[in-house]
Design a protein. Structure first.
Ligand SMILES: NC(=O)c1ccc[n+]([C@@H]2O[C@H](COP(=O)([O-])OP(=O)(O)OC[C@H]3O[C@@H](n4cnc5c(N)ncnc54)[C@H](OP(=O)(O)O)[C@@H]3O)[C@@H](O)[C@H]2O)c1
Length: 276
């Protein structure tokens, strides 16, 4: 397949570039595929004429989105409509990556694709607009993921390792629950999903659940790093954007659509530590 990847320098895009090796990948630089500029998005897609447009780009700085609302809505929301229109012109499948932040986090069981959305942050609202925009494409697949990390990029896993290496005292919230998900596991799942012809909306996280403190504990257990780690409530760590308290995503629909490749989050962490 001929695949155009938007956001090619991001952590998920890197995993896709390293995984989808049997495909022809077109990875435009941000300067020639700027999600702030409709003409840039349109011309890049029309020129490349891909079979798949995979949007791994986003304004992902959740707290900054609170003060840069227009930018967030444009990059994470409107730009996806420009992609959908161009994908329709070239007959391409649009794969949009979305987030657990579309939910309000008040659930007491894993969220299903059919559960009502209710984002509590600008980032969540902008990504929900992105979902609606992607759904305008004739051929679309929207994959909601959460708590992404890998051995590269900017993420919680590397932050914890680096902070422990500096001997810092770590207080980590233990009252937000979700599922750490490796970029490489999601990249493999996305490849199979595209090959098997999945369409619509599907959740794509690793299996199981934990808190951020539980994740940190497991990172240090598996790496053998000695860290000064203690739990704290979200109230001790105020941020401009509200995070969902509970954002575990149900994976049952994924199994209905085809081959489920997402491992348990602890096993996926082991894979990253083995290589990273
Ligand atoms: N990280 C998570 O925990 C998480 C959780 C759920 C869902 N997601 C979603 O998963 C996808 C991939 O996330 P990620 O963690 O790989 O993010 P990431 O590492 O921040 O990568 C996003 C990429 O998008 C690029 N970008 C930002 N603004 C752009 C613009 N105007 N035009 C073109 N490119 C632009 C960024 O470039 P710069 O670095 O130059 O800004 C970056 O290379 C996103 O859709 C995100 O919303 C992420």
């Amino acid at each position: 397949m001929r695949v155009l990847i938007a956001g090619g320098a991001g952590q998920l895009a890197r995993a896709i570039r390293e995984t989808w090796i049997d495909h022809e990948l077109i990875v435009p630089a941000e300067a020639s595929f700027d999600l702030g500029n409709p003409e840039s998005v349109r011309s890049a897609i029309l020129e490349a004429r891909p079979q798949v447009v995979l949007n791994a780009a986003a304004f992902t700085q959740v707290d900054r989105c609170e003060s840069e609302v227009e930018r967030a809505m444009r990059i994470n929301g409107e730009a996806v409509r420009w992609m959908a229109e161009a994908a329709d012109e070239t007959g391409a499948l649009l794969v949009q990556i979305s987030t657990d932040y579309v939910f309000d986090g008040t659930a007491t069981r894993p969220y299903r694709e059919t559960d009502p959305t209710n984002p509590q942050s600008v980032y969540g609202r902008s990504k929900l607009l992105g979902e609606h925009s992607a759904a305008l494409a004739r051929e679309h697949l929207i994959v909601r993921t959460a708590w992404l990390y890998d051995a590269w990029g900017k993420n919680f896993y590397l932050t914890m390792r680096n902070a422990a290496a500096q001997g810092r005292q770590l207080k980590v919230v233990d009252d937000q629950r979700g599922t750490p998900t490796t970029c490489r596991a999601l990249a493999r799942q996305l490849q199979v999903a595209a090959q098997e012809g999945w369409r619509g909306l599907v959740h794509g996280t690793c299996g199981g659940e934990t808190s951020w403190h539980g994740f940190a504990t497991e990172i240090f257990r598996q790496t053998g790093i000695q860290a000064d780690l203690s739990p704290c409530p979200t109230a001790d760590y105020p941020t401009p954007a509200t995070r969902p308290t509970y954002s575990v995503l149900d994976g049952a629909h994924r199994c209905e659509l085809g081959t489920d490749l997402m491992p348990d989050w602890r096993e996926a962490l082991g894979e990253v530590i083995g290589i990273g």
